[in-house]
Design a protein around this ligand. Structure first.
Ligand SMILES: Cc1ncc(C[n+]2csc(CCOP(=O)(O)OP(=O)(O)O)c2C)c(N)n1
Length: 275
């Protein structure tokens, strides 16, 4: 459980992740704002509290892994990594520019701290399950975290990985589903309704819980509780808002990949700084 001070610090860290995510996209003029904003609170809890890592040695054997399978949310992950010292903050100004170390989607070969290359939706959970099995087989204690979108959960490959992880009793694997209710160009329920994700995962023998994805204390507690239960993989379904905390993106249906002007960025950053 978090102390009040820790909760405040993680809220502040989440706000900083949002600020630097918006700045990156403003420097490029466009980006995947919606799905990046919805995972900032989760990233704050992971990099601010739960994950074991060494920013100076991103390949450290004992680290926990984060596989952001919804690789288009890369800019939010980059903001968290830069703020934690994996690479210089100046890199954030180069998002998705020629020669950058920070491409629009996560790339293990380019960015320190990115554990797996992602972007083609549906594949990350399979990789996560494979890494989790390898760690378990080798008697390692690492936790493997994976983030997918609710739209992404429509990809059939996820469900193969879900079956495999249950069969292998991968209790070192925690899956987050960013259940923001939207995908690229419509509401998820209008494209292919996945509800109830909880019932589906439970029927596949996953230990599953649902929590507000913007409540850092609740997300932290869900991770801690999940870690206590042995013998089954864990899923945490995050109730989130696509575009959360970005004035010109939040609650808009068309906020997946948008243009970002300097004026919009200034307005959004002011709002975030005020809290
Ligand atoms: C295999 C594959 N198909 C299509 C795309 C294009 N695409 C990128 S993001 C996206 C929508 C994803 O929706 P969701 O998983 O809900 O992500 P979020 O809303 O959280 O951004 C799509 C269709 C892709 N990256 N990979």
């Amino acid at each position: 459980m978090l102390s009040n001070q820790e909760t405040e610090e993680l809220k502040q860290f989440a706000a900083e992740i949002r600020i630097h995510t918006i700045r990156q996209m403003a420097a490029r003029g466009f980006g995947h704002m919606g799905g990046a904003m919805s995972i900032c609170d989760l990233l704050s809890v992971l990099y601010g509290k739960q994950m074991k890592y060494d920013a100076g040695n991103p390949e450290w054997e004992e680290r926990d892994w984060l596989i952001c399978s919804k690789g288009h949310a890369g800019p939010a992950v980059y903001a968290a990594l830069a703020l934690k010292g994996f690479f210089p903050m100046e890199w954030l100004e180069t998002l998705n520019q020629p020669g950058t170390r920070l491409p629009s989607h996560c790339d293990h070969l380019k960015t320190p701290g990115i554990d797996v290359t992602t972007g083609s939706l549906g594949q990350g959970l399979s990789v996560a399950a494979g890494v989790a099995l390898a760690k378990k087989t080798n008697g390692k204690e690492n936790t493997i975290y994976c983030i997918i979108g609710d739209g992404e959960s429509q990809e059939g490959q996820n469900w193969e990985a879900v079956m495999f992880a249950a069969q292998q009793k991968l209790d070192n694997l925690i899956l987050f589903i960013d259940n923001n209710g939207q995908q690229l160009d419509n509401r998820t329920e209008a494209i292919c309704n996945m509800e109830s994700l909880k019932e589906k995962l439970e029927s596949f023998h996953w230990e599953t819980r649902e929590v507000c994805g913007h409540d850092v204390a609740a997300v932290n507690e869900a991770i801690e509780e999940a870690g206590k239960l042995k013998g089954r993989p864990h899923a945490i379904i995050l109730d989130t808002v696509k575009g959360k905390g970005c004035t010109f993106a939040e609650n808009k249906l068309k906020n997946h990949h948008i243009t970002v002007t300097e004026e919009q960025a200034v307005e959004a950053l002011e709002a975030l700084k005020k809290g």
